[in-house]
Design a protein around this ligand. Structure first.
Ligand code: OOB
Length: 540
């Protein structure tokens, strides 16, 4: 990888992070090797009827690395991984780590628009999918993506491969592969984003593993931890905060849920005596309602972590009475910084704050619109730097000059209050993004797709408060002259789907307006639009 791909930390800080033991000089491939030596036959991953021990996962990673090598996948090449919660996800990611190939962690909900733009940005040579999941046939998606992505050479399928390569046929005799550089790029996470095109987040072995180890310690993960992965495992929260990797680090085991709904999850909790789970607030709400209906007890649960979107204190306070376990709030970002309430925090902190950072070396600033520090305890924009927060997005020099300050602070786009006790409260968001039940939608990306419709003159996507998801999306549309056929809301949605946009990005509501309100510099006044949505509609 060249310097332009991956902005390094300044040398003196890198030296400090090593000296303090945050960066331990281990690769993710080496991490699994060490765990397999320590935990051998203990279970590591449970996926439906299948159970893989640490030794088996380690061996599968070696054999898949050899298979990928045999296909011609080389160190430094990007591999777009779009798998549901299944054991193969782990075998494949660790195979990439050992080979030095870079997994690009796509979400199962992504479709042609997202995957082809990830392939373009990363020049991926390989795309890994499941045959089908939740009624969607990913092989059809792969056919479309392949047409649009000249760099793609291989499509690998877990399950029935059709004309592609079956993942199961790739297991080969292990090879002696060279050790990778722990400071090098290990994986690319997806940014929630606020711009027209997705951004990739380059994480190194050293920095990612630090966040995993430190998170597992903070969250009390141990050999007794049984972690239920309900959110898509490619997401940073269930992957590393402490998530599945933190569970492996602690010597516990992962139970993979194919989906997050209460019926599926509750059955798995009973069956495997699950102790830890990570949820977004929208899922917590569904679980609370289902548990209350069924008057359920959850003897094995020790900790429910909730993060990814704002958690209302009213919801937070229902956790212990309903589930009989502790609640931990998690405020994190795939770019790095993760904050946790601590296991011994009092109720006030657990219910009303979003925790404090992992590391003593996480630096936080809260600033006004001119980057001046606000008075202590006042709300402002959160900027951060630290041992596991990136210094720049992948191949995005121009965007980096806006998303980071000249001295390397990441502009999170979140508005927070930093309390005297060091705890953060998230009070809002300045970035142009909709947080739909934890799924992030970059407004500009959807607006660009809407503008591609011949009848749309201007479009603005804003958030709409929602009891179940926290926020939904509403598109305000200004049409071109009445000449020609006027599209209906459903036609605009069809238009977006035909462009291959993920379903969660399709606007929940569409409002046609004569003209969009503008601010003085001529930008759409989104605050005015959001306020309009709060005024009850006048009956006709
Ligand atoms: C997590 O990561 P991303 O990259 O999907 O999204 C990050 C953004 C944050 O900048 C913030 O806007 C929002 O999601 N967010 C929260 C929150 N946790 C994340 N907003 C309010 N309250 C919270 N507790 O979402 C993520 C990554 C690692 C751990 C946990 C979440």
């Amino acid at each position: 990888m060249s310097g332009a791909d991956f902005t390094p930390w300044p040398d003196e800080l890198a030296a400090r992070y090593r000296q303090l033991g945050y960066w331990q000089g281990q690769t993710l491939g080496g991490f699994l090797r060490e765990l397999a030596e320590r935990h051998g036959e203990r279970p590591a991953v449970i996926c439906g009827e299948r159970q893989w021990s640490y030794r088996e996962l380690d061996e599968r990673a070696d054999r898949l690395a050899a298979g990928l090598h045999g296909l011609g996948v080389a160190a430094g090449e990007c591999v777009v991984v779009q798998l549901p919660n299944c054991a193969e996800f782990f075998a494949l990611c660790f195979a990439c780590f050992r080979l030095g190939a870079i997994p690009v962690l796509a979400l199962p909900g992504h479709r042609r628009a997202e995957i082809s733009s990830l392939c373009g940005l990363s020049a991926a040579t390989t795309y890994v999918i499941a045959d089908q999941h939740e009624g969607h046939d990913y092989r059809q998606l792969a056919r479309d993506v392949r047409r649009l992505s000249p760099s793609l050479r291989h499509v690998i399928v877990a399950g029935d491969a059709a004309e592609f390569i079956a993942l199961d046929t790739l297991y080969a005799e292990p090879l002696a592969l060279p050790e990778r550089d722990p400071g090098a790029l290990a994986l690319l996470q997806l940014s929630g984003g606020s711009t027209g095109t997705p951004k990739l987040i380059p994480r190194s072995h050293d920095d990612y593993l630090y966040s995993v180890r430190a998170s597992a310690d903070i969250c009390g993960f141990s050999q007794r931890t049984v972690f239920l992965a309900t959110l898509p495992v490619a997401h940073n929260f269930p992957l590393s905060s402490p998530g599945t990797l933190g569970t492996l680090h602690a010597g516990g085991y992962i139970v993979l849920a194919p989906r997050g709904d209460a019926a599926t999850a509750f059955a798995l909790i009973d069956q495997h005596q699950v102790s830890h789970v990570a949820l977004v607030p929208a899922l917590l709400l569904l679980w609370l309602e289902a548990a209350a209906r069924e008057a359920r007890r959850f003897e094995s649960l020790r900790l429910i972590q909730v993060g990814g979107a704002s958690l209302a204190p009213e919801l937070a306070q229902r956790v212990r009475p309903q589930f009989g376990c502790a609640l931990q709030q998690v405020f994190g970002m795939a770019e790095g910084l993760v904050n946790y309430t601590r296991l011994d925090d009092d109720d006030e902190r657990c219910l009303r704050t979003q925790g404090r950072p992992i590391s003593p070396d996480d630096e936080l600033r809260v600033v006004d619109d001119e980057d001046r520090d606000v008075a202590a305890g006042e709300a402002g924009h959160l900027l951060t730097r630290g041992p596991y927060t990136i210094r720049g997005y992948f191949r995005a020099a121009e965007h980096n000059s806006r998303a980071f300050t000249a001295d390397g602070w990441y502009r999170s786009g979140d508005r927070v209050r930093l309390r005297a006790d060091g705890y953060l409260q998230v009070v809002g968001r300045a970035k142009d993004q909709i947080n739909r039940g934890g799924e992030k939608i970059a407004a500009e990306e959807v607006e660009h797709h809407l503008l591609s419709h011949p009848q749309v003159r201007n479009a603005a996507l804003v958030s709409l408060p929602d009891r179940w998801l926290g926020e939904r999306s509403c598109a305000f549309i200004e049409l071109r002259s009445a000449a020609g056929s006027i599209p209906l809301a459903t036609q605009l949605k069809l238009h977006l789907r035909s462009r291959g946009l993920a379903e969660y990005k399709i606007p929940d509501r569409i409002e046609f307006v004569d003209s969009l309100p503008l601010t003085a510099p001529g930008k759409v006044a989104k605050q005015v639009l959001r306020e309009r949505l709060l005024v009850p509609a006048t009956p006709l």
